[in-house]
Design a protein around this ligand. Structure first.
Ligand code: FAD
Ligand code: 2HG
Ligand code: ZN
Length: 478
């Protein structure tokens, strides 16, 4: 039976308390819009449970009355996955109040946290216990563990520690009908049937609500060093990656790249930041090493890596952060790129991955074709070259209307994604499909794989109430 608005609000209030149910347009506005301001909807209500039991109560209510639920963590997602539609029928379930770090276990090298815990708070809790939680991304001050797991977030340390999936040992999930699955096992070996947690990780809120997780911890390095290196081409950047990967082994913890179109954006929107090279440098790499010996050892290792790259003619210039502050300043350049691109105006994002052996060939042909078809368009790509993951973002030509350029998004996507597909890559590396890439994914995905995905959705969310029309086109209407 459908509920009218006053009854819905009253029923939700019995689950979480009236103070934690928002309804007015003003109160719900921040939850109705995504970080990029690309998507805007209208939630019937925003409900904020404080515990797993309260999430279960909300989902029991939603399932009894056929109310669709959009789970939202930090709302920093890049694919519109956490934004309700405009029907006014969906509720947003915010995990913000479920933010406890339940238990750090240094003997097992694990931490158990609630889904609404902010990533940075988890990193700090691990640090206080003398351990490292290595997931790292520019949104870490706002994004939540639940969102990280639901999108299988990547970030800057994947080449050393893996993505969110690789860092997860156990999950607690509330199913769409309000049952609680406690899979909070901190085991590194557990072959007792289907590995259900892997279905929920990366499912973007379409199968259930992740309420807690057991995550892996690692030894904290004694020293970290950052270098920024100027390179004549992406091909040279890949060569450098291969060299440092074999020279440094596990000491290499990040290998990021930025294209020439990125520097002017930072200079325009963050003029106080200092770009250390000529702003026309074709490619700049940002490398981070972690050392378990000493500061001096870390410095020597990175200095010799840079010297050898310069001697071999792979790199043309380089700087090493001589202090924590200098390293932070180098990282800040990389971390402000999303914001700088957003300040430049709406643009067309691609979150692609390719094998590192094919990434340079892809970029070469993609740039040539885009330049031919969209003269003046700026290919402001950057990203995690260590994982073959580029944010191949395309910006409007200088002086033109960015919104008019974005109207051609489908044509740009077709060109870029067809090429990614032809190069054996993926059109969605770390941001999730959400609503932004749902249809693109259906276009390229193997038909059998897509059918199996629909079967999983049908099995775990038979009423189709969990984040409808995200990841997959809904086959049911509530
Ligand atoms: P939200 O945006 O709230 O939600 C994202 C998706 O997860 C939605 O589909 C939502 O329904 C679902 N969801 C959220 N919580 C739960 C839950 N508890 N249970 C079930 N489903 C849930 N991403 C990267 O991977 N790597 C990066 O380097 C990176 N850098 C970024 C930099 C900036 C400046 C910004 C703004 C974003 C960046 N992102 C990056 C994207 C984003 O931060 C990640 O996708 C992050 O994991 C989302 O977390 P969130 O809590 O904000 O999730
Ligand atoms: C990053 O790596 C994020 O900084 C955001 O994944 C990418 O803004 C983007 O396109
Ligand atoms: Zn990224």
């Amino acid at each position: 039976m459908q509920l009218d608005t006053p009854d819905l609000l009253a029923a939700l209030a019995t689950c979480v308390g009236a103070r934690h149910v928002l309804h007015s347009l003003e109160d719900t506005q921040p939850y109705n819009e995504d970080w990029r301001r690309k998507y805007r909807g209208r939630a019937a209500a925003v409900v904020s449970p404080a515990s797993t039991a309260e999430v279960a109560a909300v989902l029991q209510l939603a399932s009894a009355h056929r109310i669709p639920v959009v789970t939202q963590g930090g709302n920093t997602g890049m694919s519109g996955g956490a934004t309700p539609d405009g029907s006014g029928a969906q509720i947003v379930l915010s995990t913000r109040r479920m933010n406890r770090i339940r238990h750090v276990d240094p003997f097992n090298d694990t931490v158990e946290v609630e889904a609404g815990a902010v990533l940075e708070a988890v990193q700090l809790a691990a640090g206080e216990a003398g351990r490292l939680f290595p997931l790292a991304l520019a949104a870490q001050g706002s994004c939540t563990i639940g969102g990280n797991l639901a999108t299988n977030a990547g970030g800057t340390a994947v080449l050393r520690y893996g993505n969110a999936r690789d860092l997860t040992l156990g999950l607690e999930v509330v199913t769409p009908d309000g049952r609680i699955w406690n899979g909070l096992r901190g085991l590194r070996k557990d072959n007792t049937g289907y590995d259900l947690k892997q279905l929920y990780i990366g499912s973007e809120g379409t199968l259930g609500v992740i309420t807690a997780a057991v995550l892996k911890l690692f030894p904290t390095p004694v020293a970290r060093r950052t270098a920024m290196i100027a390179l004549p081409s992406l091909e040279q950047a890949v060569q450098l990656l291969c060299r440092v990967r074999s020279e440094l082994g596990p000491a290499l913890t990040a290998f990021e790249v930025m294209s020439a179109a990125c520097a002017p954006l930072l200079q325009r929107h963050f003029p106080a930041m200092r770009w250390p090279f000529d702003s026309r440098t074709p490619v700049v790499a940002l490398i981070e090493t972690s050392d378990h010996e000493s500061e001096a050892h870390a410095r020597d290792v990175l200095e010799s890596v840079l010297a050898r790259a310069l001697d071999a003619g792979i790199a043309t210039d380089g700087v090493i952060g001589e202090s924590v502050a200098q390293s932070r300043a180098l990282w800040a350049l990389r971390e402000h790129l999303s914001e700088a691109q957003g300040l430049e105006g709406p643009h067309i994002k691609h979150d692609i991955s390719l094998s590192t052996s094919r990434v340079a060939a892809f970029v070469d042909v993609a740039v040539r074709r885009l330049e031919a078809e969209f003269p003046g368009a700026r290919m402001a790509w950057f990203g995690h070259l260590g994982d073959g993951n580029l944010h191949f973002n395309v910006l409007a030509p200088i002086g033109t209307d960015p919104a008019a350029f974005c109207a051609r998004q489908e044509d740009v996507n077709r060109l870029v994604h067809d090429l990614v597909h032809a190069h054996g890559g993926s059109i969605s590396a770390e941001h999730g499909l959400g609503q932004l890439r749902r249809d693109e994914n259906a276009r390229y995905k193997d038909a059998v794989e897509l059918a199996l995905m629909h079967s999983v959705k049908q099995a775990l969310d038979p009423l189709g109430l969990m984040n409808p029309d995200k990841v997959l086109t809904a086959t049911k209407r509530y």
